[in-house]
Design a binder for this molecule. Structure first.
Ligand SMILES: Cc1cc2nc3c(=O)[nH]c(=O)nc-3n(C[C@H](O)[C@H](O)[C@H](O)COP(=O)(O)O)c2cc1C
Ligand code: SF4
Ligand code: SF4
Length: 382
């Protein structure tokens, strides 16, 4: 079985890239990435803004939220930039390049044109196989904001493209009016790959203290929920782009990696799950991908890459809108809890003889089967 993939001209032995973060901050951690089997890594970002090179403590929180029966988790964090100076940073990356066999991709985030030029040239001087431009950090002063975010990203990428020759990857934020339009423009100016997406900026509140939690400010937030938005945009974008795409957001299993390849990603970046489970999870993620491929009889990623993208996804005018299904309750399973009646905005379920039944008022919306604790409701033909 061949898990290898091509990413910005680099051949990776498998599609997992450990994303830029403390997980890749120094040579010691980068070695753990390689030992645990990832295909490549992006080094923790070097920030031009010096205050960001020191992180506060504590800097991690796990936020659990509920909405009735729904559960959602967020890894909320204020880990800042690489603690290294530019000289130390590129020395460390250079050491990693000479010792490790997987591609080691530095990442930079600057606040001035001079910074972008200086750091990108330093990456080129150490023969970095590629460079990631982090134009999407969720932490306050270094995020691009305002009406001209798209143009600022493109102009920054253009400035670096015109001055260095190594493959360039732009890590996009989620908050763009059209991620595909920005990606197309980046392709036009000669960028070799994009990352969809960085995390969002967020806030949570300690109600007792009536203050922001943790360190008192905003922080980055991401979690399993980030997967679906990213799948949506890669599936739209991949058929229209000739540059590489790496997915980033919400990977928690091998199946999630498969989904990203199915929408057309060339590689998949992984971060939060490693913070939560340790580097060893990388091999479980890879095993998940292999299991899927074995079940389907696939021998390479090309066998299913992009299968669920572009025209494979129905447009607004193609979606079947017929109401040919209705809900039906299996009275042997129903325990008369009344949940279906409570949630049905069409008032279709009614109680009768200690059980519930669905009347003709059922619109077929499909919600109550998802909420019935007894799994007593199925959708059947009208
Ligand atoms: C603690 C932490 C630190 C991060 N630091 C950086 C960084 O320095 N540069 C960067 O481009 N992205 C950074 N990220 C974003 C990740 O690289 C990744 O894009 C994001 O977390 C989404 O992937 P995930 O859902 O697998 O975590 C960081 C994420 C976390 C959780
Ligand atoms: S939600 Fe399920 S168990 Fe509860 S009343 Fe409806 S059908 Fe019966
Ligand atoms: S499927 Fe929708 S419309 Fe029909 S009974 Fe259930 S909640 Fe009501």
């Amino acid at each position: 079985m061949d898990l290898s993939t091509n990413y910005v001209g680099l051949r990776l032995k498998n599609p997992i890239i450990v994303a830029s973060s403390g997980l890749t901050e120094n040579l010691k951690n980068m070695k753990k990435v390689e030992e645990n089997g990832a295909g490549a890594l992006v080094v923790k970002s070097l920030f031009e803004e010096e205050v960001c090179r020191v992180s506060p403590t504590p800097r991690f929180e796990i936020i659990s939220r509920t909405m009735g029966p729904l559960r959602s988790q967020t890894l909320y964090s204020f880990e800042q930039a690489s603690p290294f100076s530019p000289e130390e940073y590129f020395k460390e990356v250079s050491k990693a390049l000479s010792i490790l066999s997987i591609p080691v991709i530095p990442s930079i985030n600057c606040i001035t044109n001079e910074g972008w030029l200086k750091y990108s040239k330093m990456a080129q001087e150490i023969n970095a196989p590629a460079l990631e431009l982090n134009v999407s950090c969720p932490h306050a002063s270094i995020s691009f904001r305002g009406q001209d975010v798209d143009d600022t990203i493109i102009n920054t990428a253009k400035l670096v493209r015109e001055n260095v020759d190594i493959p360039l990857i732009v890590k996009l934020p989620m908050q763009l009016s059209s991620p595909l339009a920005v990606a197309k423009e980046l392709e036009r100016i000669g960028i070799n790959g994009i990352v969809m997406f960085n995390r969002l900026t967020g806030l949570d509140i300690d109600l007792e203290k009536e203050k922001p939690i943790m360190h008192g400010g905003y922080a980055g937030h991401g979690g399993p929920w980030a997967l679906n938005y990213t799948l949506r945009w890669i599936s739209t974008s991949s058929p229209h782009l000739n540059i590489s795409i790496s997915a980033s957001g919400g990977v928690g299993s091998g199946d999630d990696i498969v989904k990203y390849i199915m929408v057309g990603a060339d590689a998949v970046q992984v971060c939060s799950i490693i913070y939560l489970m340790g580097y060893e999870i990388i091999s479980s993620l890879l095993n998940g991908v292999k299991r899927f491929m074995e079940n389907k009889g696939y021998t390479s990623l090309e066998d299913f890459r992009g299968k669920v993208s572009g025209k494979a996804i129905l447009g607004n005018y193609e979606i079947d809108r017929r109401h040919y299904l209705k809900a039906q309750i299996d009275e042997n399973l129903c325990n008369a809890c009344g949940i279906c009646k409570k949630v049905c905005i069409y008032d279709a379920p009614i109680p009768k003889d200690g059980k519930y039944f669905i009347t003709e008022l059922c619109d077929g919306c499909g919600l109550c089967p998802k909420l019935c604790p007894q799994k007593a409701i199925t959708m059947v033909k009208r």
